[in-house]
Design a protein around this ligand. Structure first.
Ligand SMILES: O=P(O)(O)O[C@@H]1C[C@H](O)[C@@H](CO)O1
Ligand SMILES: Nc1nc2[nH]cnc2c(=O)[nH]1
Length: 329
């Protein structure tokens, strides 16, 4: 890389960091402390704040992964709330995460979309990262479609593949870190929720069907996702350990959202875009980079939008909304 390109990259990175710092400057203290958990009533007040300002009543929630914000841009009849304008909301600090809630429609079907999610490595505790899922629940959302960018650990995966998540390994949970930490709020869900059916089977099959209709079957895989806290990418030894444990793709998000959504009875479908192949060999000199993650996401944006649109229509047409799977607080 030439000196000039390095200089330009530095200037760009400094600008991104300065913007992120500007966004968080009104927060006096970001830390992983577990004081001030959100109460049910506080989440209700956030839901009310939003519902008072929009006409639509979405049943489907979408979370855009890194670099996948164009899912939100493609909604019609949009009503946008930058996170800093919503009471009690954290703000996004990661490039590729716009940091706004976008209400709008996909094929005429009302959607609540997070154009940017919250990650543990940004300094927020997991219960705070997952708070918008509970807001979705109280707004009336019954189905969650979460997307993320992930490193491909399964050697059969290529950059640009889409992995439907069939299960996860919550590595952070192994260390006692969980979005459901704290006194349980029974109005959301039980103290000890089962997690063996977190990723809805019917919807997973539907995504395969949608991929076939879109001639994408060759790039749509299924597998196990694991979360590490980040922000550093993994070492070779860590990745080899995860592979032995049956992990197909590794990332830094999604699991806290899925646990929170499943806990409160939402039906969940999630997929990873494989944005880089994990380096599992000491002779391989390539390195994971966020810029590559963003590039891979931009490249696949049109296909991801088509897939999302098919999934949304499937949920709507098959009357999956309001089944008895849904928990009502
Ligand atoms: O929000 P996601 O999980 O899509 O973002 C991934 C994980 C890190 O935040 C980032 C690394 O490039 O992409
Ligand atoms: N942890 C992790 N997150 C990612 N997000 C995109 N690629 C990767 C990766 O290789 N590792």
């Amino acid at each position: 890389m030439s000196i000039n390109i390095l200089k330009e990259n530095n200037v760009r990175n400094n600008r991104l960091n300065a913007n992120a710092l500007k966004k968080v400057k009104h927060i006096s203290h970001i830390s992983h402390n577990n004081e001030n958990f959100y109460t049910y009533e506080l989440i209700q007040s956030i839901a009310k704040f939003l519902l008072d300002r929009i006409n639509i009543r979405p049943k489907i929630g979408i979370i855009c992964g890194s670099g996948m914000g164009t899912i939100a841009d493609s909604l019609t009849d949009r009503h946008i709330f930058p996170y800093e304008t919503i009471p009690h909301f954290p703000v996004s600090t990661v490039p590729g995460h716009e940091g706004r809630l976008v209400f709008g429609c996909v094929n005429g079907i009302p959607i609540m979309c997070m154009q940017g999610r919250f990650h543990y490595y940004e300094g927020y505790p997991l219960w705070k990262c997952a708070m918008p899922i509970r807001v979705m629940k109280l707004v009336g959302v019954t189905h969650l479609l979460a997307t993320n960018a992930a490193g491909g650990l399964n050697p059969d995966f290529e950059v640009g593949d889409i992995m439907i998540i069939k299960d996860h390994i919550n590595l952070m949970g192994f260390a006692g870190n969980n979005p459901l930490l704290g006194v349980n709020e029974d109005r959301f869900g039980p103290r000890f929720p089962p997690m063996n059916k977190a990723y809805n089977k019917k919807l997973r099959e539907a995504v395969h069907g949608a991929a076939k209709d879109l001639n994408m079957s060759s790039i749509v895989k299924e597998g196990v996702y694991s979360v590490i806290g980040g922000p550093n990418f993994e070492t070779v030894a860590e990745l080899n350990m995860l592979r032995i444990c049956g992990v197909d793709a590794v990332g830094m998000s999604t699991v806290h959202e899925v646990i929170t959504a499943h806990h409160c009875g939402m039906t969940v479908i999630a997929f990873s875009l494989i944005t880089n192949k994990c380096v599992t060999n000491y002779d391989d000199h390539s390195e994971a980079k966020h810029s590559e993650v963003m590039e891979a996401a931009a490249e696949r944006a049109p296909l991801i939008r088509s897939l999302v649109s098919k999934i949304v229509s499937y949920i709507d047409e098959n009357h999956l909304i309001c089944t008895d799977e849904i928990f009502s607080p």
